[in-house]
Design a protein around this ligand. Structure first.
Ligand SMILES: Cc1ncc(COP(=O)(O)O)c(C=O)c1O
Length: 301
């Protein structure tokens, strides 16, 4: 399947989707976006993603000109135009920029926001990331503070995450685990982090994007009566961690094999995930199976 895109009503192969240079998304990263995926053609958590987009826009003071119906219609037409002939599941990224205007930081009044859509196959992670697990390190780069650029603005400016990831990649690791300026654990470059500390699952409560996969897992753990905590997590507790995994819409529940701390200490976790990680994976994949069974009538293709 070829990646397909949408801009200003035009739908075509991704290399024909061009953003005008005066678009504020291009000039300033002044945009918000969401990514969701389908399972057997059924959009997963579409409404939750849409609500998060509205929240990002609200935090950015951005008016969105396109309504929900226009967005859904454009996404469905973009998927239909892509050649996912075998009904391959799709990754959908939709981005709303504040619009086009003069080269000026202050946005003029009355801008029309621009909708851009990218549809491509759901990423296939290398099997080793699940069979063995990712390697991760804590970079020097700190996560933006909530009162500088709130991580809950899921926006078109990911330079903070790019720099942190680049540092970890330069150290030969797959992923980064960012701390905030106070030394609290926040999140990874595009996923939320979980640890087993003193036999309890812990995920940092703040300073990160409220991931929808994390939210689903929190619900599943509560239903299953599994103990977990969403709380502040100082980095100096990390040496006590016995398991680690990350969550995101495309990674789902992905184990972490090792974590290198800032002082060079390397923590090792069980290959392919320890018991709690495997339990979280099983809870999540059962939920996806149930979701598919109960939502077949909502399939888009
Ligand atoms: C910075 C960041 N944190 C966490 C996540 C995980 O969010 P979700 O579970 O909704 O995919 C993402 C996903 O895009 C992200 O970009």
């Amino acid at each position: 399947m070829q990646a397909t895109g949408y801009i200003d009503g035009f739908i075509g192969p991704i290399d024909q989707i061009r953003v005008p240079v005066l678009d504020r998304g291009f000039l300033y990263g002044d945009s918000v976006y969401e990514v969701f995926r389908t399972y057997e053609g059924i959009p997963f958590l579409f409404d939750e993603h849409y609500q998060r987009l509205l929240h990002s826009a609200e935090l950015s003071g951005m008016q969105i000109s396109q309504g929900r119906e226009e967005l859904v219609d454009a996404i469905q037409r973009t998927i239909a135009a892509s050649d996912n002939a075998g009904s391959e599941d799709v990754y959908v990224r939709y981005q709303i920029t504040r619009g086009e205007g003069p080269v000026d930081l202050a946005p003029p009044a009355g801008l029309t926001s621009r909708l851009i859509i990218i549809v491509k196959p759901v990423p296939r992670w290398e099997p080793k990331f699940y069979e063995v697990g990712m390697t991760m390190s804590v970079p020097r780069q700190r996560r933006n503070a909530v009162n500088t650029l709130d991580p809950n603005i899921k926006g078109g400016n990911y330079l903070n995450n790019i720099l942190a990831l680049a540092e970890s990649r330069a150290a030969g690791k797959d992923e980064c685990l960012m701390l905030d300026g106070r030394g609290m654990v926040t999140e990874c470059s595009n996923s939320n982090a979980w640890f087993v500390i003193d036999d309890t699952l812990v995920t940092p409560a703040a300073g990160n994007l409220v991931g929808l996969t994390r939210r689903s897992l929190v619900e599943l753990l509560s239903e299953a009566g599994e103990p977990f905590a969403e709380r502040e997590l100082p980095a100096d507790e990390l040496p006590r961690a016995t398991e680690c995994f990350v969550t995101s819409a495309t990674r789902e529940v992905m184990p972490v094999r090792s974590l290198t701390l800032e002082d060079g200490t390397e923590l090792s976790f069980p290959e392919g995930g320890g018991p709690m990680t495997r339990r979280a994976r099983a809870l999540y994949s059962d939920m996806i199976r149930r979701f598919i069974e109960t939502h077949r009538d909502q399939a888009w293709f």
